[in-house]
Design a protein around this ligand. Structure first.
Ligand code: MRU
Length: 338
């Protein structure tokens, strides 16, 4: 399986997802500013993946120059964390990973090298744990899928959106291994086309049967009885089970309820933000209009056209059948992880 990001000889390499499926090229990130840019410009995207990348960014910041004291290093790391945290506001995994790095920085250290070593250990824990967590989500979710299912998914919540394996696509992978998946309906996911470019690419590599549809076809296929379940990822889940995910998720959930189709959200518990009570408190990233009026740098609307681009929407808990995590399957209004 192709790697979303990897570490080699003290450098981080991030797969440039903007070039997929046509080119496979990695960006060398040897300073934290570069890591922040890859996140902001969406070379790497997907909530868990940007969390992992940001954590690497903090460790890289500790190595990118020499420091005369622990205090000087800590000051530099604070600035790096601020920059990395300013890249994308919605996915809570970014802040979850940065908080983990920050808690370490608050400790006391005898030397610069000691703090560096702690940061390195922490980042590799975050990185390696993500794949394990996704495999558990996959196994927990696959149990809910019936034989011969036709599953619709939105955006890309696959290996590319994580350190590996994926969340929503992890469930599809696991269910496919158990011969439960007949067909995956892939929403193209305007405007950034994560479905058309990335999800199709992953499914093709795995030999999982799929069909690509434009976002506005989803209701039609539900009405035709062609969809048995919908599985999506999450960027942030409020404590009442409201879910922020890629723009278009809310419309799918409403349609699913109307057609009595189970609507599942797959996410690691690091995507749950217990500090907020409900989805209306989630900051929704508004991205550039250029991403709407152009497709692959080809202009599709007249010059001067104003476009809106909220990158995410919030699905209220009442539309969600279950939230599938590594710690089990929860009713959205019953998210207690103790
Ligand atoms: O803007 P993106 O591509 O970062 O948005 C990604 C999504 O909305 C995913 O569905 C979500 O992050 C879950 S990824 C496992």
């Amino acid at each position: 399986m192709i790697k979303t990001l990897y570490w080699n000889q003290n450098n981080l390499y991030i797969l440039d997802q903007r070039l997929l499926p046509l080119k496979t090229k990695y960006i060398l990130c040897n300073n934290h500013t570069k890591v922040a840019k890859t996140i902001k410009d969406m070379a790497i995207r997907g909530a868990p993946a940007i969390g992992v990348a940001a954590a690497f960014g903090v460790y890289i910041a500790s190595c990118e120059k020499s420091f005369n004291s622990v205090k000087e290093l800590k000051r530099h790391l604070e600035k790096a964390i601020n920059l990395l945290g300013s890249t994308r506001p919605t996915a809570v995994n970014l802040f979850w990973a940065l908080d983990r790095m920050q808690s370490l920085i608050r400790g006391s250290y005898k030397s610069v090298d000691e703090l560096r070593a702690r940061l390195k250990k922490e980042v590799f824990d975050i990185f390696e744990n993500d794949v394990q967590v996704n495999k558990k989500i996959g196994a927990n979710g696959a149990r809910l899928i019936r034989k011969n299912s036709r599953i619709l998914t939105h955006c890309n919540a696959g290996a590319l959106a994580t350190a590996g394996y994926g969340t929503a696509l992890g469930i599809i992978r696991s269910a496919f291994e158990k011969r439960k998946v007949k067909m995956v309906f892939v929403d193209e996911t305007r405007p950034y086309l994560q479905g058309a470019r990335l999800t199709t690419w992953e499914l093709k590599q795995e030999g999982i049967p799929f069909v690509l549809i434009t976002d506005n076809m989803a209701g039609h296929f539900m009405q035709m009885g062609a969809i048995d379940a919908i599985i999506v990822g999450a960027d942030r889940i409020a404590s009442n089970g409201d879910v922020a995910n890629k723009i278009g998720t809310y419309s799918l959930a409403v349609l699913a309820k109307h057609h009595k189709i189970p609507f599942y959200v797959a996410a690691p518990t690091s995507s749950i933000d217990f500090s907020i009570s409900c989805g209306s408190r989630i900051e929704i990233e508004e991205r550039s209009t250029e991403e709407v009026v152009n497709i692959n740098r080809n202009r599709i609307a007249p010059i001067g056209t104003v476009a809106r681009h909220p990158a995410f929407d919030v699905t209220p808990n009442k539309y969600i059948t279950a939230i599938i995590t590594e710690k089990g399957v929860f009713k959205p209004r019953n998210l207690t992880l103790s």
